[in-house]
Each structure stands twice: as structure tokens, then as C-alpha cells.
Design a protein around this ligand. Sequence first.
Ligand code: PLP
Length: 435
Amino acid sequence: MDLKTLHKRHVLTPWVAQGGHEAPVVVRGEGVWLYDREGRRYLDLSAGLVAVNLGHAHPKLVRAIAEQAARLAYAAPGLFHDGRALLGKALSDLAPWPEGGRVFFTPSGTEANEDALKFVRHLTGRPKVLAAYRSFHGATHASASLTGENRRWPAEPGVPGVVHFFAPYPYRSPFFTEDPKEEAWRALEHLERVLLHEDPQRVAAIFLEPVVGSNGVIVYPEGYLEGVRALCDRHGILLVFDEVMTGFGRVGAAFAAERFRVVPDLITFAKGVTSAYVPLGGVLVREGLARFFDEHPLPTGHTYSGHPLAVAAGLAALEAYREEGIFARVRSLEGFFREALASLVAQHPLVGEVRGLGAFYALELVKDRKSKEPLSPWHAPPSPPMRALLRALLGEGVYLMAKHNVLLVAPPLTIREEEFLEGVERLSRALWQVE
Ligand code: PLP
């Protein structure tokens, strides 16, 4: 039996994994490239699932993980461990709070949001939580309930107390306006109405991706995040930024909170913290709030909270980001990335819009650019042209993440300029094949 058939037979994939049967069997990665069994290479244009920020086989990470495995591969979370303490301090230093913060380590981003949901209810004694439609916060029951995509809840309802609101989406405004300022204002008005309807005194927190990630790299118009912060302040509501995708250089800063100068109360993170070499996530809690747990403990934790291999990878990744000046590099290359991708809008009728910032971009695909008619309806499975495009991309040696009508271009942050241009050229060739 060949390997793909074996995989299909014994690895449960409830969702048709991207690429389907045509996806390559990858055996090795180096820098921004993945290699299959036959030695063909694929440009990893979304850094896996927007995660391998430092590229594949980074020597510093490989060494740190191997050394830690030889020294101590596991320590129960109840024990003190040097790596955990050091990574906790390093992350607190990166957080946007002058007072610092504390980290609760989780095995993944999903669990970070799952735990953050418990934390905000515990911290405030309030039962409700608000999250945006068209967000993504994870795939377990509670994190999927936060996620504003109804198809993720096999049997309604999701967890009780989670309420959704519409956030701005300038390209396809839910508020029927093309003016970004007006969009921000109308979205805030809508959010306030939802809050008043739910009774703000019963709302513990608002969860938000500061830039919507897998659902289309939506950058909020100026003033929106500030407005949400102000609403939270007015009603004693906590603001949680889900920075699982935006953290660790993706938007040219340690966190999007720093880039947008909007300070949340909690930050959830994962992916880039270890450059995805070992699973690790966490919740950063502002010190003033974290103290509450000293007097009011909340029994929670995971076997793999702060796993020694993960924290070793985290420390090595943070060192690499610093030594290689990655966050500043992304800021300086932002114009170059955007311009290179913008050329695709001019050339290809299928590309309705290119948007994003830092090293985080989306190409939204349309049937008709003038009417902005989407390539397929929201929530529908990949349309035949999208499937054909993904096939063409594999044929051109590009692997990237696609969702709904959107291609995510979010390469490893170490990508060289010529590699990025080559990626855009391959993308362009693939688009020609389906137009
Ligand atoms: N939150 C956001 C914004 C994400 O993009 C993701 C994953 O893509 C998650 C949470 C879930 O994280 P994980 O896959 O590490 O569980």
C-alpha cells in the first residue's frame, strides 16, 4: 500500500486537508523550502500555517531542542524549571505592559484561548464573552464557539454565554460603506449596541484578533481597536488579543498590540513563539490582573504546560528574532512585500484585492472585480477554480494556505527578497493557468 493510501486509511482527517490527494509527501525542510520524496522543492509561502517564522532547520533551534532533549525531556508543570522561568521573563519583557505580566503556558493556541476564556470569567465573575464573526480562535468546543464561523459548531449551541458581533471588513463592509473612518465608527456603534443588549455588567471580555488571520488578513481601519479598548474601559470589560498569528514578528513587532499601540489586558499566543518547532502556546496576563490568582486560585493546567523542549525552542527562537533583527527586518521589507503582491491585482482579473501588513498578506479572489462578486460563497467548500488554483500552485512548486476565497501569503520572516519575488512569479503563473 502506498504511503498516501496508508495515511488516508489510518489518519483521521475530518476536514479535507488542503491540497487533498495531490499534496506532496514532504520529507525535509530548509529555510523557506520544503522537499518531497523525489527531491522536488516547494516554496513554503504561508510558513506552514503562518507559524514557521524562522524558516525550516534553523541551526539555533535544532541545537537547542536536541540539547534540551538530552538534558531533561520532561518535567511536571508543578516543578520549578529554569527554561520556564526564563521564557516567562522574556515574554513578560515583550508584553506591552510597563508593569510586566505573567505567562500561563499551554500546549497550543487553541488551549490558550480555551484557558483565557476561563480566566476572564474567573477574574471578573461575569458570565458572557464577546467575539467577532469571521474570527478564528481554535478548534476545541469553547475556542470554536468563540470562533465566528458557524460551520465549526457541529451541534448548536456552542458554549453558553459567547455572543458574536460584526467587526469591520473594509473590502466587503458589513456596514455598507466604503469609507474606512465611517466603517470603524459604524462597527463601534454596532458593538456598543450588542454590549447594551447583553448588559455590559455581565460581559467579562471581548476577544479579538488584532488583525483577522486565517479568515482573510483583515486589517481594521484606524480608530477601531482604540474604540474597542475605550468601550472595554467604560464598562470594566477585559480586552483579549488573540495574537496566535500576529505575534512574534508577523506584523513587524513582537505583538500587534505594540504595532497599533492598543494595550489589551490578556494576550494569547502560540505558533511563532517556537517558530512551530515544538508545540507551545500561552496566555500572557497583565501583572495587575495576574495577582488576582495569588488570592483566588483557579485549578487548571496541562501535562504539557511549559514542556521543557518547547520552552527551550521558545528561548532559542526569541534569541534568533533578537540576534537577526527580525521584527525590524519585517518592518523594513513591508513596502517591498506589498508592492510585489500589488502587481498581481493589476495583472489578474481573479484577484480582487491584496491587503495586509508586515509579512502578512491576503489575496481575495473574485469572479468579477467590479462587483466584487466572490469566487465562491462564504463558508462553501473550496470552489472548482480554487481547487484548480491550488493544484496549479503545487505544480509551480508553491505550498500556501487558502481559506474561503483567500490565499494567505505569509512566508517565513527570514525569506530573502529574491525568494519572495520568485514566489510571486510562481503565484502569477498559477493564476494564469486558471483564468
Ligand atoms: N487563534 C488564531 C488567531 C489562530 O490563527 C489559530 C490557528 O491557526 C489558533 C488560535 C489555534 O491555534 P493552534 O492551532 O495552535 O491550536
